[in-house]
Design a protein around this ligand. Sequence first.
Ligand SMILES: Nc1ncnc2c1ncn2[C@@H]1O[C@H](COP(=O)(O)OP(=O)(O)O)[C@@H](O)[C@H]1O
Ligand code: SF4
Ligand SMILES: [Mg+2]
Length: 385
Amino acid sequence: MSTEKSENIMEVRNLKVRFFTYEGIVKAIDGVDLDVPRGKTLGIVGETGSGKSVTTYAMMNLVPPPGKIVKGRVIYYKDGDALVLTEMPEEELRKLRGSEISRIFQEPKAALNPVYKVGDQVAEAILIHRFDEMIDRAIKGLEKKEGLINSWKLSILKRARKNERDILVRFIKKMPIAKRLYWRPVQEEARKEVVKLLGMMGISDPDRVYDMYPHELSGGMQQRIVIATALSCNPNLLIADEPTTNLDVTVEAQILELMKDMKKKFGSTLVYITHDMGVIAEMSNFVAVMYAGRIVEFGDVYTIFKKPMHPYTKGLLEAIPMPGRPLKYIPGTVPNLINPPSGCRFHPRCPHAMDICKEKKPKLVEIEPGHRVACFLYSKEVDEE
Ligand SMILES: Nc1ncnc2c1ncn2[C@@H]1O[C@H](COP(=O)(O)OP(=O)(O)O)[C@@H](O)[C@H]1O
Ligand code: SF4
Ligand SMILES: [Mg+2]
């Protein structure tokens, strides 16, 4: 740990991720360098299979097996300290995930447990990450009440607050009726917090929705619950992985508005993943364009839309449907990353490919202040790694 100061909340340096599968080694992420500016929204865009999800899993040091980070560093800046997440013990990482860095998953159905009430699922996250706060609120509430049972609950909660391993507290936890009694005020505090949060998500009857099961809610409502869970612990960095992909366009528009609103209210940094250039324009301050496991272009949102340089970014922009303009598309598909193309991984699809593109990897180079591009049309610098 050092005490460097940074404008960025996170920096990814020369990240390489491989998946060790029976078919072969998938070279999924191939030397990604990425800055996440603090308090802003960074959009990551690229076709399916570009490596957007894997990059952001690596940002939490949470690449699923058979994947592995084989090289590089992820640095997270917390209160002026530089924490190297790729070198941190799992136990400490677990504390950061959820409370500091949180993730909204692409598929709300997979993120929600079908057999629990949705409100209880949000409350669980709060009880894990904001336990002391909830217990303090319950103690405050009980101090205002009279009666023998209340004073008994109060003394047990105070003992639990002081020392979770207190012998009497542990004993009571083993007796279901007593446990329910002393624990209820804490659960009620968590419930109040969840109801407040669901209200902020634009859910009109949050107290009733708290007691519903996932299958009773529409896709849009389910996604609001997932967003509420991710925001319940006031994370400093929120990663949203295509959170509107499976929703109707009108619901998508509502969720996008909600995300922007929440970002303002919570003041957090947002990393927003999508394959949709329209959504990127709507949401981002900065944009990273990914192709086949590499960042090919990075800049602020105006630069990327007004002055795109990389042929892939230009192709993505031309593929946005516009009235009166013939629909263009990028020929070919994202390559299989077990045997990726040599040199620039985009060369088989690039209309400007030159001989050097087949042999060497272009380095991500700052072409003008804040605008980085990895393409030999602009710089002959080679990425030797
Ligand atoms: N569990 C896995 N096993 C093997 N390969 C994987 C696995 N997860 C992702 N990949 C590979 O990693 C690459 C990047 O995937 P991903 O990050 O999911 O792309 P995106 O989110 O941009 O659609 C793809 O080539 C994909 O095949
Ligand atoms: S490096 Fe070559 S192949 Fe790659 S995008 Fe630039 S011109 Fe096209
Ligand atoms: Mg993905």
